[in-house]
Design a protein around this ligand. Sequence first.
Ligand code: SPV
Ligand code: MG
Length: 293
Amino acid sequence: IGRVDDPTDALRRLITSPDLSFLMEAHDGLSAAIARQAGFAGLWASGLSISASLGYRDANEASWTDVVEVVGRMADASGLPILVDGDSGFGNFNNARLLAAKLLQRGAAGVCLEDKGFPKMNSFVGDRHPLADIDEFSGRLKAVKDTTGDDLILVARIEALIAGYGLEEALMRAEAYAAAGADAILIHSRKSVPDEILAFADQWQNKLPVVIVPTKYYKTPVAAYRDAGISTVIWANHAMRAAVAGMRQICGRIIAEESIAGIEPDVATLDEVFRLLGYDELAAAEERYLPKH
Ligand code: SPV
Ligand code: MG
């Protein structure tokens, strides 16, 4: 798979261009390759989805090295710029900068850090989402910027609305994280309507590009985000959820029907899988490199 020349530059263009951009969730090499085939220009390496695919909960049960491994496979299989969900950075400034450096080595284009502690819990689970101290979290951002500089896009994710604080707290944090060197702000909300994030965008005035994750306010047409000057929309977990639904359905039918005859039209053909992962390239390489006799 050909990689875009400079993944970080490609992600920077997606995030800073005046057009609304989209990042598709992926959680392994296969889902990354499928997103590329579908036409997405960039990927979101979702902590929730990577955790789920590894059989873990989105509560930092997967280690940072687990995440780095998966991201490397996603980069290899897709060649696309990847914004990695770095959770809260797996600790303090030191863990965060080590994570960032390793992600860069493995081909990531950016990392997103959220202003919570370690271990974090998924933003849609329960009500306990204690926020990090603003200065301490700003130190985490600065350490990442000082370590990876312009080679890795740094997105600062604000959990103030998730934690039940208001717009003022969110805006104050955005100012601090911008001053700490963030390249973009991800403002997250768990409401079923986008009023909070649109109010944030209205007040924030694009001092840095705004990234959103409309998992819960999914009914909103993207035109609303264009009108609001949002930079980037992350479809954050839908490849993983499609896999869950698809695998559950097929497993259920195979056990009930004691046969695979009926499900054949409902699963991908093997030829499709071979095409997706470039088996033809391997055949050509064998011609070139294997002895002929
Ligand atoms: C993820 O995809 O892991 C995210 C987005 O961080 S959310 O699940 O909405 O917190
Ligand atoms: Mg996450």
